[in-house]
Design a binder for this molecule. Structure first.
Ligand SMILES: [Zn+2]
Length: 469
């Protein structure tokens, strides 16, 4: 395990990465614990190090939808090969029915909260996420989604907000404290002008009276000078100082590399914002008319009215934006596999969030065909990740944040299309399954609160029995 980030470089913008002695001591203790564990179980694995954790969320992926996908498939789903299964209770402090924001907050901070809130507890207090803990320990971090990266679930990794719909503020927070890898849609939200002073960095943050997170105005002022560009004008410009930025879906998909790269050059830290807003569905026939919220102005359009102080790059992007993808094809599998290989090459533990965002949208629209196609896309991604991590110390956990639609199969035969019905266009309160494989997977059996996911993952991060049985 790599303990000293100062030696290995690549600090996030605005963050010092020198661990304190106080922080190192428990890590040393954990290392001894992990070693003891490995010796106790006797030689099954060579390494005592955790390679990383892949946390996969199928948004709105209830057990009945998984059942339909399984019944309609000629082969067992990859999900069915996961050795450990549990159930989590999804209710939020708003009631029995959670939304995605409260659910991801529960799973990544260990605190139930109100619907629409991200990264803050019920009292509005900011709570540290597993991704922030991973950053503090100098782990690599990655977020991949099929929606805008500002959508509730991907935002839940690093954002603190009482308004899940404020995409511009979420993009601002992600820009100030980006993960090492961020891939999804939502490009337009990163076109906003970067404020020049700390007191202009936004007012939507909840008060920070827990330990301060790495983002916010402090990190802003502490930006290393070498990552500054003289012509910085937007958050997109700002991110390009620390990451390789790719904005074209077509260019991303056509790269001829096994890992993340641009024009043949490996990209160690990577931002891929591959659609203006959400990526399209796998099947273009499933395209929904997304309602845009008028209260959430599009920063790109605002920027178009500004002539002064835009970099040539930004001006070129406004004049000639990359073409929008017509359908998504195997984007999620491609992005996830390439990211995994890049993360493994960084040779430090990693924490990765992958969201199949649109299973939920099929549920909301009561379109089982849409939901199932998106679920199968996520399952194909899982299958590829399971194969790629074979023999490695990678914990993979797959779950949902809630069920959507009250879906039920009402007729059909195994191996053919099922007839199914929905009872609502909204979420439901049923428990959702949790599947796990890898080091620490056995702790995910049983029935527990969604907040326990945080504690289970943290336990693996803290004291990793660095092998799977
Ligand atoms: Zn959701």
């Amino acid at each position: 395990m790599e303990l000293n980030g100062a030696l290995s470089g690549h600090p996030s913008p605005g963050r010092a990465r020198i661990p304190s002695r106080r922080r190192l001591l428990p890590l040393v203790a954990i290392g001894i614990l992990a070693l003891g564990f490995a010796l106790h179980c006797g030689g099954e694995k060579q390494s005592t190090e955790l390679d990383g954790i892949i946390f996969i969320v199928g948004d709105g992926m209830g057990l009945s939808m998984i059942s339909q996908a399984s019944l309609e498939s000629a082969e067992p789903l990859a999900l069915e090969s996961m050795p450990i299964v549990g159930l989590q209770k999804t209710y939020s402090t708003s009631g029995s029915i959670t939304d995605s924001a409260a659910a991801i907050t529960a799973m990544l901070t260990g605190h139930k909260t109100r619907n629409k809130w991200i990264g803050v507890d019920e009292s509005g207090q900011r709570r540290k996420t597993l991704f922030e803990i991973a950053q503090e320990r100098n782990w690599s971090t990655a977020i991949i989604s099929t929606s805008s990266v500002t959508h509730a679930t991907p935002a839940g990794a690093l954002v603190h907000s009482k308004d899940r719909h404020n995409d511009a503020d979420i993009a601002r927070q992600l820009s100030l404290n980006p993960p090492d890898i961020l891939i999804g849609g939502g490009r337009d939200y990163f076109f906003q002008v970067r404020p020049l002073s700390a007191d202009q960095t936004g007012t939507n943050n909840p008060d920070s009276d827990e330990s301060p997170g790495p983002e916010g105005s402090e990190g802003y002022d502490a930006t290393p000078s070498e990552t500054r560009k003289t012509d910085v004008s937007t958050f997109l410009d700002f991110l390009s100082g620390s990451h390789t930025v790719q904005l074209s879906y077509q260019d991303f998909m056509s790269q001829d590399c096994d890992d993340l790269c641009v024009d043949g050059k490996p990209a160690d830290r990577f931002i891929g914002l591959l659609a203006q807003d959400h990526l399209p569905p796998v099947d273009p026939n499933h395209k929904l008319n997304y309602k845009k919220d008028d209260a959430n102005p599009n920063p790109r359009r605002e920027l178009e009215t500004l002539d002064a102080s835009l970099s040539d790059w930004m001006r070129g992007l406004l004049d000639n934006p990359p073409p929008e993808p017509g359908n998504r094809k195997n984007y999620l599998k491609t992005a996830s596999l390439r990211s995994l290989r890049t993360l493994l090459a960084r040779q430090r533990p990693f924490l990765m969030l992958i969201e199949g965002s649109q299973i939920d949208w099929g549920g909301h629209a009561n379109r089982a065909d849409y939901a199932i196609r998106e679920l199968v896309d996520l399952d194909e991604t899982l299958e590829a990740l399971l194969r790629e991590t074979e023999g490695r110390n990678v914990l993979i956990v797959v779950t949902a944040d809630h069920e959507t639609g009250g879906h039920a199969i009402v007729d059909g035969r195994p191996g053919s299309l099922q007839k199914s019905e929905f009872i609502t266009h909204k979420h439901t309160a049923e428990m959702v399954p949790v599947f796990a494989r890898g080091p620490g997977a056995e702790s995910f059996t049983g029935v527990y609160e969604n907040t326990d996911i945080f504690h289970k993952l943290l336990a693996v991060m803290n004291a990793t029995p660095a092998f799977s049985h």
